[in-house]
Ligand binder design. Structure first.
Ligand code: SF4
Length: 178
């Protein structure tokens, strides 16, 4: 795709692991640096990166404990916080899609985070009726999809990055970026 500026819209912690949850006992190096593989892809293919805000850090800061999706749902005001952020991110994405006439801006994908209660695409961990499940969208991604559906006839694809298995995303990105 020539004459088109291509971008990936990514969860905040892909470019700044400092915002990931941290609590006493978790090795600090898990919260330092960025997701090298995604940045390497962007550099290799000349792709721009747009960083979304971190819903959990901007609401709870750090240290904060690891929580499941249902625990975040019970945190008063958190869903509304995600909805506010999602509205603003959806507007930003909409602007990128419609205001760039030359060069056009093409959103290759929106990349969330595997298992995150806020940013998972289809793997948020939640306890439902006493059973631990791992097949839901995160709270922020739920809101973002809803907000984006107002603007997009064709939604950009949503992918997930797994900090424990960084290469998983590589194949999917190769196909989309080539
Ligand atoms: S997954 Fe989302 S909420 Fe969690 S640290 Fe990353 S950006 Fe923040």
């Amino acid at each position: 795709m020539h004459n088109v500026s291509r971008v990936l819209v990514v969860s905040h912690c892909l470019l700044n692991k400092g915002v990931r949850w941290w609590w006493e006992g978790k090795p600090l190096d898990r919260n330092i640096g960025l997701a090298n593989e995604v940045v390497a892809h962007a550099l290799k293919y000349g792709v721009g990166l747009v960083q979304m805000p971190c819903p959990e850090f901007t609401f709870c800061g750090n240290p904060r404990p690891s929580r499941t999706k249902d625990e975040y749902e019970r945190l008063q005001g958190f869903r509304e916080h995600c909805e506010r952020l999602a509205k603003s991110v959806a507007e930003q994405i909409r602007n990128l899609m419609v205001m760039g006439r030359r060069p056009q801006i093409h959103i290759i994908a929106i990349i969330g985070i595997k298992r995150s209660p806020s940013c998972a695409v289809n793997s948020a961990i939640a306890t439902r009726n006493g059973i631990l499940r791992q097949d839901e969208k995160g709270i922020f991604i739920e809101s973002l999809e809803k907000e984006l559906s107002v603007y997009c006839q064709t939604m950009p694809p949503f992918l997930e990055y797994d900090f424990d298995n960084p290469d998983e995303l590589t194949g999917a990105l190769e196909k989309l970026i080539m």
